[in-house]
Design a protein around this ligand. Structure first.
Ligand SMILES: C[S@@+](CC[C@H](N)C(=O)[O-])C[C@H]1O[C@@H](n2cnc3c(N)ncnc32)[C@H](O)[C@@H]1O
Length: 254
């Protein structure tokens, strides 16, 4: 695997350097500023896209947006699919963290969230977003109490920690894919650029879901466009809105 390249504006040690080095192999370099790629400036890490968009994930802003919404868990489609009121779901694994928006949404429902991301550019922006969130008193205490982030996939994590897994009540899966009906409205145009440039389609999504369904987790919720077909047969219930559908797969053995 090749090292993740990050341009550093200042030669001074930055606290994020050590954190990033702990999640994957990173090569920091300086000199001439690149046209695109990851840049570590004094305050944060950003991704410059091929159209020169500067992309960061702004967690404090997103968190405050959710808090202001004061969601009713009985009405929220995702909360219903996850089984928060009826099945007493209190913990969830977010198998596809991406920008972290859905993780923050689930944290705002009061859930304990373990989030996974396998793409190293996206994961490094997440690590930076988590670190920048520590200036927000409310969000930082929520993250310390109820959130953890894993670089890699749920299946890697299960394999490595097989002896000591604290299984969640539910798992949420939102893979990237393009099809006729699908527009990722939840993501801004800037965010779409990074996903198009560094992630592409998650072409293994049906196979990955098949493996997820074998885990001892009661509820697996898959995010789909309302007009898209089921990712796999066997949906127990669907929760459909105007721009999104959540397909629930219940595991009767758990
Ligand atoms: C559609 S985006 C997720 C958007 C996310 N729900 C959000 O709120 O921003 C899919 C993300 O999941 C990641 N991903 C896809 N399959 C994965 C897997 N099996 N394990 C870990 N990450 C995965 C991709 O790299 C991408 O960043």
């Amino acid at each position: 695997m090749t090292a993740l390249k990050i341009f550093i504006e200042s030669e001074q040690e930055h606290p994020l350097m050590e954190i990033l080095n702990n999640i994957c192999e990173v090569e920091f370099y300086s000199g001439e500023m690149p046209d695109k790629g990851l840049i570590l400036s004094n305050d944060e890490l950003c991704y410059i896209s091929s159209t020169s968009q500067r992309i960061t994930f702004d967690w404090p802003n997103q968190w405050n947006y959710h808090v202001r919404k004061k969601y009713s868990l009985k009405k929220e489609l995702l909360a219903k699919a996850l089984g928060i009121s009826k099945s007493g779901t209190s913990s969830v694994w977010d198998a596809t963290c991406g920008t972290g928006k859905d993780s923050l949404l689930m944290l705002s429902y009061g859930l304990k969230v373990r989030a996974f991301e396998r793409q190293e550019v996206v994961a490094s922006l997440l690590v930076s977003a988590i670190s920048s969130s520590m200036i927000d008193e409310d969000l930082s205490s929520v993250l310390k109490e109820r959130f953890s982030f894993e670089f890699g996939t749920v299946l890697d994590y299960v394999k490595i920690n097989s002896e000591s897994i604290d299984w969640p009540d539910s798992l949420y899966y939102d893979p990237m894919f393009t099809d006729a009906g699908r527009k990722k409205k939840a993501l801004s145009r800037k965010e779409m650029e990074i996903f198009k440039e560094v992630v592409g389609d998650d072409e293994d999504s049906a196979d990955f879901l098949e493996s997820l369904l074998k885990l001892p987790i009661k509820r697996i919720v898959v995010k789909r466009h309302p007009n898209s077909p089921e990712l796999l047969k066997g949906v127990t219930a669907s929760y459909k809105g105007k721009s999104v559908r959540y397909d629930l797969y219940c595991n009767p053995k758990v």
